[in-house]
Write a protein of this length. Structure first.
Length: 701
């Protein structure tokens, strides 16, 4: 292969040519890339050592620019592979990713543990050749903390053990996620009796029949079956919510909560090994436990500060959740259900939907026709124009994509100046796409060595209900909220004005503040102007009737106690696993979680419930000792939205002015300033939990 024409995987800049990146290319090119970067870094260390030996002061450009080039080449190439592993998973790609991951971790450790680089950065901090801006000082502080946490202060056998544990943790994280994906894919239940699917809405029956056709039942129909149930959310949630057959709900629920807990896919041993290795890593670095290490780089001060917030929310939510459970039992009793006195976990979602309909006359499934994806996007883009003065236009066909579901969009300032772009991959593909929803970086905002500006490009990934037949993707209101949530992350990435890539967009934003823009955007789904801008029937064009809007709004705090308690349970479990659990505790991680459930749930987990075995956020994602971040940031986001409520949501000039201030602080400044400082610049004061408790309907009466 000619060296003058790099492969699609070694291009290192611009939009990737996804379809050209094959597993074979990964195996062929990643070793080449790592060898090149290793050599470049060795040469840089030699240059920097001579600068240290000379006693000269250090400039920002001579150390940060070459480090950026090395870091960006690695991020670009490995980032594309990791992205494809999440959205186009195959056994071959998975194997190629796993084969190269240890070497990628080794290079990352080499960069993070360079004593020469560490000494240079310390000198840059103490004796810069010219004064550093506040943004550069913050980046430098963050980089030095990161190097400390990556083992730069370790020597000899201690560093060797640290590096081996880092590689092992990366491999375990990948295996954990793969086990969950495989367990989700492998479990199916074929139904042939129409009585078994009674209560399921037509959309759900169409999806189950389509799944049956995909697996070989070519004649399957929504009306006559057969129907293939699965554990992916677009098939699982409708069964739990609508199936009248209680035994079916029980079967599917038990399968879901026991995913990846048996046989070759059992994640329980991986969990214990991950927790043990994390504690060892933290202690090697001088921390008491992994939670202390994790919080050192977050907005929250320490474990007691996080526990205090969670207890504040738990105390507000627990009595409400108890009341809500009794109300569900009463609803079941009114409808003559045999299980009324002893609801089980597989009954909660079902009777919640019944009670929601009874109390608010709200049938969420019946609202799907008013939320076709194209119109929801129009509403979302209209809101962004209103609040942030940007125009979003389709760019389909102008960029390479990884699947024909994927769309591409441009983001411009009003008047046409390009500022960003993004990919949207909206639909569930259980066979090859990781569950959940996320935003990731394709390209970050930065200036190249010749001074030209690279504009940010985001990946926005959802797993919503795909189109069926002639109908577009008809979204549940929860799916609408998920799209707005991920777009909030995308906005912080895309609307940044920071040109130091280490602090642009979501880079260098403390993990427990990074959910602020995403959760802020969710609030707008029930804003009158936004809702009426997107909620139109896909066939008739009829707007969503105002009484349905009122029902959605009135039901906003429905079961808020149970929902809040659920998040507190997850967050506290995560925090205590990473601060208290050791093999010597005498409890397994699952038993510790069940102990926590005594005060954070009103319905205890069933014996088969192995939720931790599928808790990818903390064992295969970045949320270890950080799941509390959702609630921490929700305090910030509710308080931020309250600023709009205070000026009046119908006062257009004031809303636009407040939106511009949010854009110019939270979305623009990214990680260039501390999140508390950024929030205060927007709000004019420190944050308060009052708005969140009020929005959740949990304030004491």
């Amino acid at each position: 292969m000619s060296t003058s024409m790099p492969s699609a995987l070694l291009e290192g800049h611009g939009l990737p040519c996804f379809e050209q990146i094959t597993p074979d290319l990964v195996q062929q090119d990643i070793p080449v890339l790592l060898a090149q970067l290793e050599q470049q870094f060795t040469e840089l260390e030699t240059t920097l050592q001579s600068r240290l030996d000379s006693g000269a002061s250090i400039s920002w450009e001579e150390v940060m620019q070459p480090m950026r080039r090395i870091g960006e080449r690695l991020r670009w190439s490995w980032g594309v592979i990791s992205h494809l592993n999440g959205v186009c998973n195959s056994p071959e790609l998975r194997e190629a990713h796993a084969a190269q991951q240890p070497e990628v971790v080794r290079l990352s450790n080499r960069l993070g543990q360079s004593k020469v680089l560490h000494q240079v950065l310390c000198r840059l901090q103490d004796e810069p050749s010219e004064p550093l801006s506040a943004t550069r000082q913050r980046i430098l502080d963050s980089e030095l903390l990161s190097m400390q946490q990556r083992g730069v202060g370790l020597d000899g056998e201690h560093q060797k053990a640290f590096n081996q544990a880092s590689e092992r943790l990366a491999a375990l994280s990948t295996s954990f996620g793969n086990h969950v994906l495989d367990a989700t894919q492998q479990w199916t239940l074929k139904l042939t009796n129409p009585e078994q699917v009674q209560g399921l809405p037509k959309r759900a029956l169409e999806a189950l029949a389509a799944a049956a056709r995909d697996s070989g039942d070519a004649e399957a129909t929504a009306e006559g079956g057969p129907w293939l149930v699965g554990l992916d959310m677009p098939r699982y949630i409708p069964v739990l919510t609508h199936a009248d057959d209680r035994s079916l709900r029980e079967t599917v629920y038990r399968a879901h909560v026991s995913r990846a807990s048996q046989g070759e896919l059992d994640n329980a041993p991986l969990i214990e090994e991950i927790l043990g290795l994390r504690r060892e890593q933290a202690q090697r670095l001088g921390y008491s436990h992994w939670a202390e290490l994790s919080l050192a780089s977050k907005m929250a001060d320490d474990v007691p500060a996080v526990e205090a917030l969670l207890e504040e929310l738990r105390a507000a939510a627990y009595p409400a959740a108890e009341t809500e459970l009794e109300q569900l039992k009463a609803c079941a009793s009114r409808q003559g259900a045999a299980e009324a006195d002893a609801l089980a976990p597989w009954d909660i979602t079902y009777w919640s939907e019944k009670l929601r309909r009874e109390r608010f006359d709200l049938d969420q499934e019946a609202l799907r026709p008013w939320f076709p994806l194209p119109q929801v996007l129009d509403g979302l883009f209209g809101l962004c124009s209103r609040l942030f003065d940007v125009e979003i236009t389709p760019g389909d066909g102008e960029a390479p994509v990884w699947h024909n579901d994927v769309r591409f969009f441009h983001v411009r300032r009003r008047g046409g100046e390009p500022i960003a772009a993004f990919y949207l991959d909206p639909y569930s593909r259980p066979a090859s796409k990781r569950g959940g929803a996320w935003m990731d970086e394709c390209l970050g905002r930065h200036r190249t060595s010749d001074g030209s500006l690279v504009l940010p490009v985001a990946y926005l990934i959802c797993n919503q209900t795909p189109p069926v037949g002639e109908a577009p993707s008809l979204m549940s209101f929860e799916e609408v909220e998920t799209l707005f949530h991920e777009f909030g992350h995308g906005l912080q990435h895309m609307l940044t004005t920071v040109e130091e890539p280490e602090a642009a967009g979501i880079s260098n934003v403390e993990w427990d503040a990074v959910e602020l823009p995403s959760q802020f955007m969710e609030n707008w789904c029930l804003d009158q102007s936004t809702l009426m801008g997107m909620a139109r029937h896909w066939q008739t064009g009829e707007p969503l009737p105002q009484d349905e809007v009122n029902k959605l709004r009135n039901s906003r705090t429905f079961n808020a106690g149970l929902a809040t308690l659920r998040q507190v349970h997850f967050a506290l479990t995560d925090l205590r696993l990473h601060s208290q659990w050791t093999p010597q505790l005498g409890l397994s991680p699952d038993e510790l979680r069940r102990d926590i459930a005594n005060t954070t749930t009103v319905m205890h987990p069933i014996p088969e419930d192995r939720f931790l075995c599928a808790f990818g956020h903390i064992f295969a994602g970045g949320y270890s000792a950080g799941y509390y971040s959702y609630k921490w940031a929700e305090v910030l986001s509710a308080d931020a939205y309250a600023a709009f409520e205070e000026v009046g949501l119908d006062q257009e000039d004031q809303v636009r002015a407040t939106g511009a201030r949010f854009r110019d602080t939270v979305l623009s400044l990214g990680g260039s300033r501390a999140p508390a400082e950024v929030f205060k610049a927007f709000r004019g004061r420190v944050s308060s939990s009052e708005a969140l408790i009020r929005h959740s309907g949990l304030q004491a009466t």
